[in-house]
Design a protein around this ligand. Structure first.
Ligand code: GRG
Length: 300
């Protein structure tokens, strides 16, 4: 078998192989729909397997392939996708964005009802942290490090804090400082954590973590700038989710605060900064570099 470092540098083929690995790992690690209570596990699987770009798991794999490692990154990739899916299920609830469409399908609460969707989100969040602790239990410092990275990104000062400020910002006055807080914490924190989870599974030197955190922040903000643009410009068919919700809810976004052209320029500059950081990381960084460049041009 060819080692990742020696495999041919075919981005599309590598992306396909990594995505297939993530799908197989989701099937392997998530409890089956027949597990009692069936409807809860069915709802968890429905939203997790509905599709999606699998960006965060891909970032775990990209971070992991930078430096030598004897540890399987797939449980960490599944954990971050579970946590991300929880945030989407809760974000779609009537008390949040009240959205009907996600990943090209009816949202979890439209399909299973609000109470089950709430519990499915809760269960995915808990499962994500359990999976990290369990899958890496033979390496306690690694397991603890991974739980710390994901728990930190998902907590009240980052993911949930960002969501809280997002709600507080609705229909408020334009506020660049608040927008910065929201995007750093609601989106960039989990993208950064995904890269750090992958890196934590390698023998990377401590200095690399600081550089990687900067790559994650720049990439996460670029990703959100494009998300803001797509929400304002793309169709439901292409997006796979309800477009125009930002405007309907009076949300603070790069597009609403600065306009589409400035938002596009920000995405370009932030992508360039992320690329520079990934170049500085060294190691087997070609897949990470290609992935960062590719994301600037995504259509959904
Ligand atoms: C606790 C009630 C309760 C709610 C918490 C944590 C939370 C709600 C919301 C998180 C906020 C959130 C959904 C941020 C979205 C960031 C973002 C750009 C999501 C879309 O990610 P993609 O495009 O989605 O990667 P796919 O479907 O491709 O995985």
């Amino acid at each position: 078998m060819t080692s990742p470092a020696k495999a041919p540098r075919d981005f599309k083929a590598t992306l396909k192989r990594h995505r297939a690995g993530v799908e197989a790992a989701i099937d392997k690690w998530l409890p089956a729909a027949t597990t009692r209570p069936g409807v809860l596990h069915e709802a968890m699987l429905y939203s997790t397997k509905a599709g999606g770009k699998r960006l965060r798991p891909l970032l775990v794999l990209a971070g992991h392939s930078l430096f030598p490692s004897k540890l399987d990154p797939h449980p960490a990739a599944v954990a971050v996708e579970c946590l991300h899916t929880y945030s989407l299920i809760h974000d779609d609830l009537p008390c949040m964005d009240d959205s009907d469409l996600r990943r090209g399908l009816p949202t979890c609460h439209k399909k299973f009802g609000e109470a089950t969707a709430l519990l499915a989100g809760d269960a995915l969040l808990t499962y994500a942290l359990w999976l990290l602790a369990d899958a890496y239990k033979k390496h306690p410092p690694v397991a603890a490090g991974l739980v710390r990275i994901l728990g930190d990104a998902a907590g009240s000062e980052k993911l949930i804090g960002g969501q809280m400020e997002d709600l507080l910002g609705e229909k408020g006055k334009p506020n660049a400082e608040r927008l910065d807080f929201i995007h750093h914490n609601k989106t960039a924190a989990l993208i950064t954590a995904s890269l750090l989870l992958g890196l934590r599974l390698t023998n990377a030197k401590p200095a690399k973590f600081k550089i990687m955190a900067e790559v994650g922040q720049n990439l996460g903000l670029a990703f959100q700038a494009i998300d803001d643009i797509l929400d304002a410009t793309a169709s439901a068919e292409v997006l796979g989710k309800t477009p125009g919700l930002d405007e309907r809810h009076g949300k603070l976004t790069y597009a609403s605060l600065y306009g589409l052209d400035v938002a596009r320029d920000k995405a370009r500059k932030l992508t360039r900064a992320a690329v520079r950081g990934a170049e500085k990381l060294g190691g087997n960084n070609w897949f990470l570099l290609e992935l960062i460049r590719e994301l600037e041009h995504r259509v959904n």
